[in-house]
Design a protein around this ligand. Sequence first.
Ligand SMILES: [Fe+2]
Ligand SMILES: [Fe+2]
Length: 203
Amino acid sequence: MKLIYSKKYTQYTRLELMEKVSAQMSKKRFTHVLGVEETAIKLAQMNNGDVEKASIAALVHDYAKERADEEMIAFIHSHHLDEELIIFGNNIWHGIIGAELIKLELGIHDEEILNAVRKHTTGDMVMSLLDKIIYVADYIEPNRRFPLVEQARKIAFENLNEAVKFETKHTLEYLIKQEALIYPKTITTYNTWVATVNRHLNK
Ligand SMILES: [Fe+2]
Ligand SMILES: [Fe+2]
């Protein structure tokens, strides 16, 4: 792929950033990251989004996914983050703390990029175009295999807001089936994007 970064958001070239990210994770996860990038770029192009920001946010979105739990818990304490975070585990930490680690370790300070990382697993009440692109690309990238993925892809390439709705509804459904903990923000996302009474907020 020929995507030349402007250096506005990162000091690195795309290839250098890819190397930094791949050093943090397994081959399999890095393949997922590249799939998210490819999808995010497509979604950005289709929705008049910023392709460079979509690429950077996608490349770094799972930067902290393989960090040791002890390191993440120590970070929550040392940075005085909400201790309630601790029970939710890395599925939630890697977005919120990941954004801080990306700032500290990769020198990326663009708040729009960092917010897309923060929100990529839970969504949020208010989501920017980039937030939606990363949230949806993470769910439908070409390496994903789950029963509803084809339907999710079709919706995503037709209407990004509908894709946010679809993903939020089915993620919550899945978590409940697993009897998994639900992070409160996931419910807020559901209330805003899925529950009919509030849907006008995101139209
Ligand atoms: Fe993630
Ligand atoms: Fe991911």
